[in-house]
Ligand binder design. Structure first.
Ligand code: ADP
Ligand code: ASP
Ligand code: MG
Length: 412
């Protein structure tokens, strides 16, 4: 007997028929004698609809009320999943985030889970192996007694955090692909499914744009050592495939130099022309951006040719582009740049692999391959196990495919 958390994403609960099929996966595990907690997302498209309603109701919406609205999608599917399981003759009840409770920080719209109290769910397991159907994406901020949500894709994090809280043997993330691929299979049909991927690489892939798992869910899996699988709810419930295991680097036998390619369209580029080339100028630019909670990623400062001024280029999340521009415009009196230029039609393409620690020249090969395709690189960053290039968005697919082939990742 094992204790499992099974998470079903939006497409896996998109209709009552899909919920029934997902419930058959739950039934299989229950019938095998396991204790099961289920975590559900909202029906696919629902959260987008709820977000749009909030914006329509109030342009500068109150974030606490936003959370009340967007958390409702998961309440619906948890109740429906419990009903479908009961209909199959299984003991099941729904749990909202505040009922469990899952405590989160007060950062409405991007709350961080602080604790999960598993007592109620465990009591149900002890009573009659009751299946706990938990709403993903939501929690409770205890001091203010208000609902919080965990940021887009947050049901993955709910699932892994509940698995950690219940000391589960495994967390299975059921989705519309049968595992983690070397890159998004929707963009590169030759992408390969991996049997295993290390926590570190998965963390980089997720934070660099592979939305198959929310970044925070990988962090929690890594810290609490939760064996986490990504697998398909579209498999025959009686003949399921194991999917991809996220695990320790040491548990992976055949290590590639580059294991995956990720890309993110949520980037924007800002260039400040002819700012004074003198001490303190970077602090004058990036200090206020940091104070405004704007996350600057890539930074390039050109060596000055006139010894007096220089150009500085950097990237910010696309969602913060307008805010960054107006902030910098308000600082014109202090920074004295000649012009502020911006671009949002850019994409960041990254290659990830722990093998980069021990191999030189991995990124250089990419620069050459991209230039041979006529793709101009606007900015570059590197770190121990990844490098990223910023390019024109129009070249996204070409660049991802080029790097995927270059590092030998294409399926035969
Ligand atoms: P869910 O609704 O189940 O949470 P998501 O849409 O959030 O599903 O995540 C699954 C999607 O992630 C896949 O359909 C796939 O297009 C995308 N994806 C991006 N990168 C990868 C990758 N490296 N491996 C697998 N899927 C990926
Ligand atoms: N429903 C939420 C979203 O669409 C959470 C999730 O699906 O993980 O972002
Ligand atoms: Mg998701």
């Amino acid at each position: 007997m094992a204790r499992l958390v099974m998470k079903f994403g939006g497409t896996s609960v998109a209709t009552i028929e899909r919920i029934r099929n997902s419930a058959l996966h739950v039934k299989r595990e229950f019938d095998a004698g396991n204790e099961v907690a289920v975590v559900v997302s909202a029906m696919s498209g629902k959260t987008n609809e709820l977000v749009a309603w909030c914006k329509e109701a109030s342009a500068l919406y109150d974030r606490a009320e936003y959370d009340v609205v967007v958390a409702s999608g998961e309440q619906v599917t948890s109740g429906l999943m419990a009903l479908v399981l009961q209909e199959m003759g299984l003991p099941a009840r729904s749990w909202q985030g505040w009922q469990i409770p899952i405590h989160g920080s007060d950062a409405h719209g991007s709350s961080r889970i602080e604790s999960v109290d598993g007592a109620g769910i465990l009591a149900g397991f002890d009573r009659n192996r009751e299946i706990a159907v938990c709403s993903g994406f939501q929690g409770l901020h205890a001091q203010s007694n208000r609902i919080v949500t965990l940021g887009r894709g947050g049901s993955d994090t709910s699932a892994v955090a509940i698995a950690a809280g219940l000391k589960a043997d495994r967390c299975d993330i059921y989705t519309d692909v049968d595992g983690v691929y070397t890159t998004d299979p929707r963009v590169v049909p030759k992408a390969r499914r991996m049997d295993r991927v290390s926590f570190e690489e998965m963390l980089e892939m997720a934070s660099l744009g592979s939305k198959v798992l929310q970044v925070r869910s990988v962090e929690i899996a890594m810290v609490h050592r939760v064996p986490t699988y990504v697998r398909s709810s579209f498999d025959d419930p009686n003949h399921p495939n194991p999917g991809t295991l996220i695990c320790d680097e040491d548990d992976i036998v055949e290590q590639q130099i580059v294991t995956g390619i990720a890309f993110s369209r949520d980037e924007a580029q800002i260039t400040l022309r002819r700012v004074a080339d003198k001490p303190g100028i970077a602090a004058a630019i990036f200090g206020p951006l940091a104070d405004a909670n704007i996350n600057v990623d890539m930074i390039i400062q050109v060596v000055s040719d006139d010894q007096a001024t220089t150009d500085i280029t950097f990237t910010v999340p696309a969602a913060d582009f307008e805010r960054s521009k107006s902030l910098l415009e308000s600082l014109h009196g202090q920074i004295h740049y000649q012009a502020l230029q911006g671009a949002t039609d850019v994409v960041k393409v990254s290659a990830i692999g722990v093998g980069m620690r021990s191999h030189a020249g991995v990124a250089a090969r990419a620069f050459r391959a991209l230039s041979e395709k006529g793709i101009n690189i606007r900015a570059i960053t590197t770190s121990e196990i990844k490098f990223s290039v910023l390019i024109d968005a129009a070249y996204t697919e070409l660049a991802v495919r080029t790097l995927h082939s270059l590092y030998g990742l294409d399926a035969a």
